[in-house]
Design a binder for this molecule. Structure first.
Ligand SMILES: Nc1nc2c(c(=O)[nH]1)N[C@H]1C(S)=C(S)[C@@H](COP(=O)(O)OP(=O)(O)OC[C@H]3O[C@@H](n4cnc5c(=O)[nH]c(N)nc54)[C@H](O)[C@@H]3O)O[C@H]1N2
Ligand SMILES: Nc1nc2c(c(=O)[nH]1)N[C@H]1C(S)=C(S)[C@@H](COP(=O)(O)OP(=O)(O)OC[C@H]3O[C@@H](n4cnc5c(=O)[nH]c(N)nc54)[C@H](O)[C@@H]3O)O[C@H]1N2
Ligand code: SF4
Ligand SMILES: [Mo]
Length: 755
């Protein structure tokens, strides 16, 4: 028997933990946290452990599926691509490029194929119908960051390891393991803040596991964070606590922000945000008084009606208190493979424009080249030129993650082509005409191009594939390039190597032209020739791209410059040090300054002020989501290791509400919204604010035609039947997934009434 040890970065969430894998005779038999990993130092969570089960899951697809006589049946790769070509090419030819759409799901940001080649596929489609999980998630943060600092990825990261004061809103890293804040062992890092005498405040309508760890829990009303933060800004100005320090020289619009916050006194907003005025004032004073502090917001601040305004205010507070760009505050990263704020001309750029085009039906704005996923259903349903007739999904399950999902699934049935690049036949891909399954994560190489841009510490890790690909299987990047071949008219058997060469050459040319690149001025062909592996063989595919980006990046080139070979020789990763001050160089705004009062943001404040005239109804209920450590959005529910234990898809409600509604713990409750109705098991708990109920998303695994044997045994309820795709954050178009008005009744009462 041969036993080896392999090291790789876990790609299953944003924490990027190092894993130590024991491989016996081609099987991973043990998964441990890599205690020598320079970042995670041995930390891992139950999802990381389940990576071996994910590989072995009998329901994970190994062979393409093609629909024949109404049934999805196994096919060869050549047959599958021929079918894609047969279905897709006539649609593009007859109805134009906008008749095709693409939806890029969350795991794309966790894979090399997804980050490098999925955007290429989207671009090659030539459609304006590019959708992604971003507009169900963090687009508000991209838009606010783009306005303030010049690029959508100029996202300040809380300096968890050095801060004295953390104000966290709408995030639960003890369940999610952190988001837009890559930090393995978030719990340990948060505990360390308190251990060194600092303070942690968590703002959340639920007393989450993270709130339990904090010094203070502020039970905000869902959607109330914009008012809360704006009132804190008001207090900073009113009490002369504004102290941007060195940031002042690079900041425009401080006075406009003062004027904008004037109408939002703590007394005026208290009832609407559900936080007493005295607490709001104290939170502001404590933030200002802390030696260093970081304000950080996540899902609960993004997927709400004022998501972009709230995301903006998070950084307004960081700037006004002088905490942006200083150790212990919130800083820009310096990732080894670069970021939009390390490329181009230091200190200045084009900035971020939103709304370069609009959606056909509703007129929703484009952001980052995408239209919001909230318009996808209506663009499929509404006849006329530009109606979506074909959809490609890559690593996405919008049938469970997008709002008003029943309607979306009904619209799938009308598509002339649904092509899914996915490892499961699940709620989305069961509708597909063709399913193209990539290998498991253990069979793919990895470098975290995205999350190293969002990490609380600068690190770099390369992970080679742990297990060989199955006989005849294609790597995910090869699948995506075959699709690029089809949509660019090269047929179903395009020369993948030639496309790959072209992509790499274009990337090398871009670096040669970029002033900030370490490869600036170099001959692209010469650079490419240097990208060889340990045996001197030319690199190809994603490995070549990573090698190129490393050499071009902030630690690249020169004698000791970082290369892929250097990372291959460092299986536990390379520590590139703590986050550093990067202003003014990191700015990419046209003015070369922090634009603290962008017009796009200020324009949404009258709408916010108008909400103060709406009555606060003490008995009205709203629905929010939540995450669980052993779940991952709509997937990983098919792995026995994670699926065991108490049911997780419960409707949490406060004892007062439960009593008023006559619902007991464990009883079936019926939840109704404008969009739909579901039943869920009630979990009565005082950890949730009265007036708020919570149901996690991503469940409902009892759909016919899916192949998820384990998940189907405890299917849970699909909360996105209740969310409504007409509800969005006005600026970014991001779907409102938290704070949905609902009514809740005991299900048995409903049955009696119906008799
Ligand atoms: N109500 C409500 N809805 C929500 C949210 C919420 O909080 N509340 N959260 C939103 C958020 S933050 C997000 S990010 C979205 C997620 O939305 P999606 O990205 O649409 O959904 P996921 O559940 O992440 O689905 C991932 C899909 O990728 C497949 N997959 C896994 N690994 C791979 C791989 O390596 N390659 C390929 N090709 N496929 C793979 C899985 O089988 C699954 O089908 O959901 C959003 N929806
Ligand atoms: N185990 C696990 N880890 C995950 C995921 C998963 O599904 N499972 N999903 C991954 C993905 S795609 C993402 S985007 C991240 C998300 O990472 P987080 O944002 O940390 O995710 P959540 O755990 O959903 O925490 C959001 C919190 O916001 C609260 N909330 C809801 N509405 C409001 C509001 O209006 N205001 C405030 N202040 N709070 C509100 C909810 O009660 C919840 O506790 O997690 C990632 N990691
Ligand atoms: S915390 Fe995230 S990265 Fe770390 S082991 Fe768990 S799933 Fe993997
Ligand atoms: Mo997400």
């Amino acid at each position: 028997m041969s036993t080896t040890t392999a090291y790789r970065t876990c790609p299953l969430c944003e924490a990027t933990c190092g894993l130590e894998l024991t491989v016996e005779d081609g099987r991973v038999t043990k998964v441990r946290g890599d205690k020598d990993d320079v970042f995670s130092q041995g930390f891992l969570c139950p999802k990381g452990v389940s990576i071996a089960e994910l590989h072995e899951d009998p329901d994970r697809l190994r062979t393409p599926l093609v629909r024949r006589d109404g049934e999805l049946v196994e096919a060869t790769w050549d047959e599958a691509f021929a079918e894609v070509d047969r279905l897709l090419s006539p649609i593009l030819a007859e109805h134009g490029r906008d008749a095709a759409a693409i939806y890029l799901g969350n795991p794309n940001s966790h894979s090399l194929a997804g980050t490098i080649y999925a955007p290429l596929l989207a671009k090659s489609l030539g459609t304006k119908h590019i959708f992604s999980a971003s507009t169900l998630d963090q687009m508000p943060k991209h838009v606010s960051s783009g306005q303030l600092f010049g690029t959508p990825l100029s996202i300040p990261i809380p300096d968890l390891d050095r801060t004295d004061h953390l104000l966290m809103l709408g995030a639960n890293p003890l369940a999610s393991n952190g988001s837009l804040m890559t930090a393995p062992n978030a719990r340990g890092r948060i505990r360390a803040i308190r251990a060194r005498g600092g303070k942690v405040v968590v703002v959340d309508p639920r007393r989450s596991r993270t709130a339990e760890e904090a010094d203070e829990h502020v039970a905000v009303r869902p959607g109330g964070d914009a008012l809360l933060l704006l009132a804190m800004v008001h207090v900073l100005f009113a009490e002369d606590l504004v102290a941007p320090g060195r940031l002042e020289q690079w900041t425009a619009g401080i006075d406009e922000v003062r004027r904008a916050a004037e109408p939002f006194s703590p007394e005026r907003v208290a009832a609407h945000c559900g936080v007493p005025a005295a607490d709001i004032a104290r939170l502001a004073r404590e933030l200002a008084a802390a030696p260093t502090a970081a304000v950080y917001g996540r899902i609960g601040t993004c997927t709400v009606p004022f998501g972009t305004v709230t995301s903006w205010l998070v950084d307004v507070l960081n700037v006004l208190t002088g905490n942006l760009d200083r150790p212990g505050g919130a800083l820009f990263t310096t990732p080894a493979t670069g970021a939009p704020h390390t490329r181009g001309e230091p200190g200045r750029g084009r900035g971020m424009i939103v709304g370069r085009w609009q959606s056909r039906v509703r007129g929703a704005n484009e952001a980052m080249g995408e239209l919001p996923t909230s318009v996808m259903t209506e663009e499929m349903e509404t006849p006329g030129e530009g109606q979506i007739r074909a959809l490609i999904t890559v690593a996405g399950n919008p049938a469970r993650s997008a709002p008003d999902s029943d309607r979306l699934e009904a619209a799938f049935a009308n598509l002339d082509a649904l092509i899914c690049v996915d490892i499961y036949r699940n709620e989305t891909s069961r509708h597909a005409h063709v399913v193209l399954p990539p290998p498991s994560v253990l069979q793919k190489g990895h470098y975290d191009l995205v999350f190293t841009q969002l990490a609380v510490h600068n690190v770099a890790n390369w992970s080679p594939a742990v297990l060989p690909k199955d006989e005849g299987a294609l790597d995910e990047w090869q699948i995506l390039l075959r699709l690029v071949g089809i949509v660019t008219g090269q047929g179903s058997d395009a020369d993948v190597a030639a496309i790959d060469q072209f992509v790499a050459h274009e990337a090398a040319r871009r670096e040669a032209r970029s002033p900030a690149s370490r490869l600036h001025g170099r001959d692209p062909a010469e650079v490419l020739a240097e990208l060889t592996d340990a045996d001197g063989e030319p690199r190809t595919g994603p490995a070549r791209m990573v090698d190129l980006l490393l050499r071009a990046g902030p630690y690249g080139a020169g004698e000791d410059g970082l290369t892929l070979a250097a990372l291959e020789a460092a299986p536990h990763g390379v520590d590139l040090g703590p986050l550093e001050s990067r202003l003014p160089d990191a700015l990419r705004t046209p003015s070369g300054r922090i634009e603290l009062a962008p017009e796009l943001l200020l324009a949404d404040l009258p709408r916010l002020e108008a909400t103060l005239d709406e009555p606060v109804d003490a008995e009205a209920l709203v629905l929010v989501g939540r995450r669980h450590l052993r779940s991952n959005n709509s997937w990983m529910h098919n792995l026995p290791l994670l699926a065991k234990g108490p049911a997780r898809c419960t409707l949490q409600l406060h004892p007062d509400d439960a009593q008023r509604l006559g619902i007991t713990d464990g009883a079936l409750a019926r939840v109704t919204s404008k969009a739909g109705e579901v039943e869920a098991t009630a979990e009565v708990t005082d950890t949730i604010r009265p007036g708020v109920v919570s149901l996690p998303h991503g469940w409902g695994h009892d759909a016919a035609g899916a192949q998820l044997g384990v998940a189907a045994q405890r299917p849970g309820t699909n909360s996105n039947v209740l969310t409504d795709d007409s509800q969005t954050d006005a600026i970014s178009g991001t779907a409102v997934l938290n704070g949905i008005p609902v009514t809740v009744r005991a299900a048995d009462r409903v049955a009696v009434a119906a008799d």
